[in-house]
Design a protein around this ligand. Structure first.
Ligand code: NAP
Length: 484
């Protein structure tokens, strides 16, 4: 199979925060991979901007080190690092200051696609938007890319939206949720809407329940103090898990077109039922003999912030009435695994005498550590001995199906940045979606705060608190095991 790389238009991309962690680990190595694949035009410019003092050559050396450290070179198997670096420029700029903007303007060409990546703290978004406007750098066609977190509640998200919209139209604002850039997430839409097989079964008549898991093995580590102001609900559920839920549950859009897709996602969020307090479990990881507890990592021995959350929710519409959606996410769990499983209902009558094993079709959409899908189907166990049934997975993992081309699948950030250049907002969150997601999570968080809800401790590298298991056991179900 030959992968097709379609080059994007010529562009100038300014990375505010071009010296930061995200730029070093993801954005710049990702751009280099797109360069190596032939997708990035040879005249395109990438302009780093931050307070640190660098000249162009100093910044190129900085970026070379980042690409060498974070996988760009080996992974891409590409030797064109020098020519890529020649497309890089830098200007020192303080987002709150008045200097450097003229230099930035002089580095930009004006007649190509213009994008500004705000890879800085959200408190600087407003300053950047204002200065890009006041210094007449941004045009009505410029695009801005903003990182998470987009607010910490509905009110702050509304304020942030209002600030950005003072100078930019909604069609210019690209709110990143990198989960949406994952190949499998888009494949989920291809599988649902590109095949006749699944859509007739995709409803409360045939689906028993759905599980969405984003489990990490890492602690909050050095980000403890920052994370403690947020917690799993704000950091993961309000954005990544809810976006996955939307893609699983949405109605078919009339076209694969940005607003058609985002309208359908918004309807799902608006149809989410409030979560009953007894349908949600929060947790904090305990210490091990060698490692600190969550509270130690957070630097607050009385912290009430959750490093784990599991919940059951429902979508109040015709398609999904009565189907539970279980979601869980946590730090320091048994395995690193992000997956969605769609568990179909039992057969209503089995013709196979003596077979009471409760076979079920299960569609697994795995996002991490490997991307791929499997569908468990029931077949006859091979060999003599009568009609014994077993479940086997039909494997749709990309490595198997695509062979060497699987290595060329762009990582989420690469794909999303190329979508910004193409002007395609399908995989970016619209302002009203983000606000609706906060409108659903806010009452849950406010309830915890009002009740001074104390998270349940759980063993580090486990499946989370026992109560999270009970959440499903009570319904006669169980979580998919987190395989190590
Ligand atoms: P970071 O490592 O702290 O980098 C912040 C960047 O902002 C640096 O380049 C810093 O450079 C620059 N900066 C700070 N104050 C500035 C100012 N007044 N004017 C101009 N530049 C300024 O943060 P990060 O991890 O890269 O995160 C950047 C954004 O991405 C944040 O919104 C974060 O929430 C989001 N994000 C990050 C990750 C991740 O994996 N890192 C993941 C998801 C979302 P100077 O000190 O040189 O000015």
């Amino acid at each position: 199979m030959v992968s097709r790389v379609i080059p994007v238009e010529d562009f100038d991309l300014v990375i505010f925060g071009g010296t930061g962690d995200l730029a070093r680990r993801k954005i710049l190595p990702g751009l280099f991979r797109r360069y190596c694949s032939g997708q990035m035009p040879k005249d395109a410019r990438i302009i780093g901007a931050a307070r640190s003092e660098f000249d162009h050559d100093g910044y190129r050396t900085f970026v070379r080190e980042a690409i060498e450290e974070f996988g760009g070179v080996d992974k891409a198997g590409c030797t064109e690092l020098d020519s890529f670096l020649n497309q890089l420029f830098y200007t020192p700029i303080n987002a709150k200051g008045v200097e450097g903007w003229d230099t930035l303007k002089s580095l930009m060409r004006g007649n190509v696609v213009q994008a500004f990546y705000f890879s800085v703290a959200p408190s600087l978004f407003g300053d950047l938007a204002e200065r890009l406007h006041d210094n007449k750098i941004a045009t009505p066609d410029s695009r801005i890319v903003v990182e998470k977190p987009f607010g910490r509640d509905l009110e702050s998200a509304k304020e942030l939206n209002a600030t950005l919209r003072e100078h930019f139209d909604e069609t210019q604002i690209y709110r990143i949720d990198h989960y949406l850039g994952k190949e499998t997430v888009q494949n989920l839409m291809a599988v649902r809407f590109g095949n006749i097989l699944f859509e007739p079964l995709w409803n409360n008549k045939y689906v028993d329940h759905i599980q969405i898991t984003v489990a990490e093995t890492v602690s909050v580590g050095g980000r403890g103090a920052y994370y403690d102001k947020s917690g799993a609900m704000r950091d993961m559920v309000q954005n990544h898990l809810m976006q996955l839920l939307c893609l699983i549950a949405m109605e078919p859009p009339s076209q694969f077109e940005p607003d058609a897709v985002r309208d359908e996602k918004l309807k799902v969020i608006r149809a989410l039922e409030p979560v009953e307090p007894h349908h949600i479990v929060r947790g904090q990881y305990d210490a091990t003999p060698d490692e600190q507890s969550y509270r130690d990592d957070a630097g607050d021995p009385k912290s009430f912030t959750e490093s784990f959350v599991a919940m059951k929710t429902h979508i109040a519409n015709w398609r999904w009435a009565g189907v539970p959606f279980y979601m869980r996410t946590g730090k320091k769990m048994r395995a690193r695994s992000s997956e969605i499983i769609v568990v179909f209902k039992d057969l209503n009558h089995s013709i196979f005498e003596g077979d009471d094993a409760g076979h079920r079709n299960v569609l697994t959409i795995q996002l991490q550590p490997n991307e791929g899908m499997t569908l468990d189907v029931t077949i006859k166990e091979p060999g003599p001995g009568g009609m014994r049934l077993i479940d086997v997975p039909l494997d749709m993992s990309f490595d198997e199906a695509l062979g060497p081309d699987a290595d060329d699948i762009p990582e989420a950030y690469e794909r999303l940045i190329m979508d910004v250049i193409r002007g395609n907002q399908t995989l970016f969150m619209r302002g009203d979606e983000v606000e609706a997601a906060w409108a659903w999570t806010d009452p849950i968080i406010q309830g915890w705060e009002a009740r001074r809800d104390v998270p349940k401790p759980y063993d580090a590298y486990s499946r989370g608190p026992e109560d999270a298991m009970a959440l499903l056991h009570r319904d006669g179900r169980k979580w998919r095991d987190l395989s190590v």
